[in-house]
Ligand binder design. Structure first.
Ligand code: BG6
Length: 513
């Protein structure tokens, strides 16, 4: 285990400034995202004293409910998903800020009523007319809701108050639709008002990629093609589609994970140091990387990408059905639940360094990690010893569920002859910093309240992500897969994914834990 510097002092209740006075309007307030993530995240912010004393929430959804019903419901959500006992004083103060309004998002008549309700809440809680709208709805509502809000003057800002909108994923379903949605939104609001969320950027370990690279003098000089052989990014999940068959049938793993979450991981790993932590300085560098990803030709789609679909097999020791037997999935579905690919980044730092990516459902372990494999040391020194080969150094950024960083290097095995073994130097977040209750949405919601867009996607970044995957979407559509299902649940995907690396003389690093 690594020797660590002195531990920080016990966690202070509040690290950072409180959010601005504001009302958060949640469209889709009766849904799963609100219950599982948004409400628990708000509660965690309240406990950390990061919400303004002048904060309130207006939930909007179709289900008929009174304010009281809504408050009871969020109490259940917090109990179920926060996993912490509720402090009655914090709860009292928190829940009285919640209001609810039932209505149909497509109905023009709803918006003047929302406006009236907001005027009332603003008066009662002195929220300075700062409003932000969270689109926890089906994607088809994103554009129409913002349009109707704008028509009622609810997107208008002034020097005294701000208006913002948080858009959930999926942001479009291909390049064309993402561009159309950007155009629609940018007619109604300024880019500075639009917060395109990607929950991967709320993860501590993802944010830490930047701290690790740029706050440490020792890594940056070797973070390039001269020293790095290749990079692997794996996002493995043990779950199947979990009742989301009707969504997943139209999405598939490529759309679901790559243009968004995996592009975040690539851009943070590969970007140049930004000149500051200003939102646009960081996002400019991320965008440059996305633009530098080499476009893939049709021929290369065939040789550099792999798709798969899980068949029956096991998960957590239980037998589980194949994807085609999941609810709301066609019995002859061609939707992929696994994707792997090799990308190249055309810039001076990364030319010829492959980035291998893979993501899949029903893998043997839930594990998201980034492996930086360094070039091998020259063998010269060991020529006259019994050492047969040298293992390359690997630096692994463990994103989840283990959160930490490990470095693999060679060491002499004790004894009279020169033998080498591979050892690991490990840093584990939890061991050092303890466990913080977090859903991953706290930081993102708080950032929106203080107007910091650094961890949100700009229009050009979303489009650049889609540009990378669009050739695959097109070719895969034109050439339906013939061998689905092609991997058993509980395995690391189709054999073609292993061959993708083996052809280059490399291997995936699998973490079974
Ligand atoms: C979501 C995808 O965006 O991310 C899901 O729609 C996926 O299919 C999930 O399971 C993975 O998120 P996490 O935080 O569990 O890695």
């Amino acid at each position: 285990m690594a020797q660590l510097a002195e531990r920080p002092a016990a966690a202070t209740p509040r690290i950072g400034k409180q959010g601005d006075a504001c009302v958060m309007v949640i469209f889709g307030a009766a849904g799963d995202l609100t219950a599982r993530l948004l409400i628990p995240a708000l509660y965690n912010l309240a406990r950390a004293d990061l919400l303004s004393k002048e904060f309130a929430v207006l939930g909007v959804a179709r289900a008929p409910m009174t304010d009281e019903d809504f408050r009871k419901r969020i109490l259940d959500d917090v109990k179920e998903y926060c996993g912490e006992c509720i402090n009655s004083e914090t709860w009292e103060n928190f829940s009285r800020r919640f209001y609810y309004f039932a209505g149909n998002f497509g109905d023009d008549q709803l918006y003047p009523k929302i406006k009236d309700r907001l005027v009332q809440i603003d008066r009662d809680h002195s929220t300075h007319q700062n409003f932000f709208y969270y689109m926890a709805t089906a994607p088809s509502f994103f554009g129409p809701i913002v349009e109707k809000l704008a028509a009622k003057g609810l997107m208008e800002q002034s020097n005294d108050h701000w208006r913002r909108v948080i858009i959930e994923k999926p942001f479009g379903h291909d390049l064309e639709s993402a561009k159309a949605l950007n155009q629609q939104l940018l007619k109604l609001a300024d880019e500075k008002q639009i917060y395109r969320i990607d929950h991967y950027l709320g993860k501590e370990t993802v944010q830490n990629i930047m701290a690790f690279r740029f706050a440490n003098g020792i890594f940056e000089p070797i973070w390039n093609r001269r020293y790095i052989d290749h990079v692997q990014i794996s996002v493995a999940e043990t779950v199947g589609v979990e009742g989301r068959g009707s969504y997943f049938e139209h999405a598939g793993s490529l759309r679901d994970m790559v243009p968004n979450h995996i592009m975040q991981l690539i851009s943070l790993t590969a970007m140049e140091p930004p000149i500051s932590f200003d939102a646009n300085a960081v996002r400019d560098e991320q965008a440059k990387i996305l633009h530098a990803i080499q476009p893939i030709s049709d021929q290369e789609v065939l040789t550099r990408s792999v798709r798969g679909q899980y068949g029956e097999g096991t998960a957590g020791g239980e037998n589980v059905p194949g994807y085609r037997s999941e609810p709301d999935v066609a019995p002859d579905s061609r939707t992929e639940t696994f994707v792997a690919m090799k990308l190249l980044i055309d810039n001076w730092r990364w030319a010829d360094v492959p980035f291998y990516l893979r993501t899949g459902k029903r893998m043997p372990a839930r594990n998201t990690h980034i492996v930086i494999q360094f070039r091998q040391a020259p063998f010269v020194l060991f020529r006259d010893t019994s050492v047969e080969h040298l293992m390359p150094n690997q630096l692994v950024l463990h994103i989840q569920p283990e959160e930490g960083i490990s470095l693999q290097f060679a060491a002499k095995v004790p004894g009279p002859v020169m033998r080498l073994g591979t050892v690991d130097m490990n840093f584990e977040y939890q061991e050092y910093f303890g466990k913080q209750p977090s859903t991953g949405y706290e930081r993102l919601l708080h950032d929106c309240m203080i107007g910091d867009q650094t961890l949100f996607q700009r229009a050009d970044m979303v489009e650049a992500g889609w540009t990378v995957v669009n050739p695959m979407l097109d070719l895969w559509k034109a050439l339906p897969p013939r061998n689905f299902p092609n991997y058993a649940s509980g395995t690391w995907g189709p054999k073609e994914a292993d061959e993708l690396l083996e052809r280059d003389g490399r291997r995936w690093r699998n973490f079974e834990k």
